[in-house]
Design a protein around this ligand. Structure first.
Ligand SMILES: Cc1ncc(COP(=O)(O)O)c(C=O)c1O
Length: 384
């Protein structure tokens, strides 16, 4: 037992500085049997393979990689991505960026537009680290310039371009040029490039259609770049893509940088359309009751698994199905009679981002199921 414990401690330290390396010291357990459920398990072997694979894909295509940390929400994993060649990271929110910077991640593109309400926090952060903003609004550009100028700093600005998702962003074309011209003449701001996130295509099937539509989205960015160049302004960077389109983005000449997020751990929705990355994230749920003949009652309900993209799948048991049964309860059909109260079942979340945001920490495991540490989900809940 002592030998096992020492082996696990050594391997935990390999993950990265900042990970709490040893559950045994903190909680008195080293075995999966002792993990309190429901728990979020992160297979660090799978994580490391996914990180290496995406780094290789970007490198091979001659593109910069700026992973979106909205998925994993961990500065430790962000630093690991940078160590593997990423130029920096994205965060969705100022609150996430604040935690990242405080933990030593110093190059961040915040992919949601700053607004007057959070702009002072944004500018204060930009005075400390390399922080870029994404904008789609002339009023915001003026206000950001005013506040950056008052602080004597210059902020890098990406224009958010609507490439078909119809969420945020200026429609590709001449409207973008007008906003870029405003940025260029606004003191305190520096035009850094275009961001166009084709979120509507990430899980589009069949794959041939996803590839073709992604190309159309990148063509829109490329055409807009030409219009900006015609106005005499250089476009330093075009940043785009998610996990479902990264392979296609690296094929396109106009794309400079990719910003996938989910690939690090994946989920059941994504792995059905992009099997080149592996599921490294699991919910460990405990069996609470075996009194229902048709189903196991488990301790993972709405508070343990997001269901915006469907319900989790039961790992390695395609014949079994999970369904929600309350805040703290779920039911698993297809395994009844095979478990006792207190057993555990592994679930594959349907949506990694929203599930991770429900937990304070990952329990780190290896391919063989050995538990070797925990890792804080440091930007969890930092949605403002
Ligand atoms: C602007 C932006 N870029 C990149 C991503 C990463 O996408 P994915 O998690 O699909 O890899 C997201 C995810 O929502 C996003 O909003």
């Amino acid at each position: 037992m002592a030998g096992t414990r020492r082996r696990h401690q050594r391997r935990a330290l390999r993950l990265a500085p900042g990970a709490t390396p040893n559950i045994a010291a903190d909680y008195g357990f080293v075995q999966l049997d002792d993990v309190q459920t429901p728990a979020l398990l992160l297979n660090v072997d799978g994580l490391e393979r996914n990180l290496a694979k995406m780094a290789k894909l970007a490198r091979g295509g001659g593109k910069a990689l700026r992973p979106h940390s909205k998925t994993h929400k961990s500065p430790v994993i962000a630093k690991k991505q940078v160590a593997l060649g990423a130029v920096g990271i994205c965060t969705a929110k100022v609150g996430e960026a604040e935690i990242m910077v405080a933990n030593g991640v110093d190059d961040v593109l915040i992919t949601s537009e700053p607004v007057p309400r959070n702009m002072d926090r944004f500018v204060a952060l930009a005075a400390k680290a390399k922080i870029a903003a994404t904008v789609d609004d002339a009023e915001i550009v003026r206000e950001l310039g005013r506040r950056a100028g008052a602080r004597g700093i210059e902020i890098a600005i990406f224009v958010d371009v609507n490439v078909g998702q119809e969420r945020t962003g200026v429609d590709a074309g001449p409207d973008v040029v007008r906003l870029v011209e405003l940025i260029c003449k606004t003191k305190g701001l520096r035009f850094a490039g275009l961001q166009g996130y084709e979120g509507h295509l990430q899980t589009r099937m069949p794959e041939t259609e996803r590839r073709a539509l992604a190309r159309v989205a990148y063509d829109r960015l490329a055409d807009t770049k030409v219009l900006i160049k015609d106005a005499g302004i250089a476009v330093p960077t075009i940043t785009t893509a998610g996990t479902g389109t990264a392979r296609f983005a690296v094929e396109h000449a106009a794309v400079d940088e990719i910003q996938p997020g989910s690939y690090c751990v994946m989920d059941s929705s994504y792995s059905s359309v992009e099997p080149s990355f592996e599921n490294a994230l699991f919910i460990l749920t405990g069996v609470l009751s075996v009194n229902r003949r048709d189903a196991l009652v488990v301790d993972a309900g709405w508070k343990a698994a997001s269901t915006d993209s469907g319900v989790p799948k039961v790992k390695d048991h395609p014949e079994a199905t999970y369904r929600e049964a309350g805040d703290e309860h779920g039911k698993i059909a297809g395994l009844a009679g095979r478990h006792r109260t207190g057993d555990v079942v592994w679930l594959v979340p349907s949506h990694c981002d929203t599930t991770i945001n429900l937990y304070d920490k990952y329990i780190l495991v290896r391919d063989d199921g050995a538990v070797e540490g925990e890792l804080a989900i440091a930007t969890r809940g930092k949605s403002a």
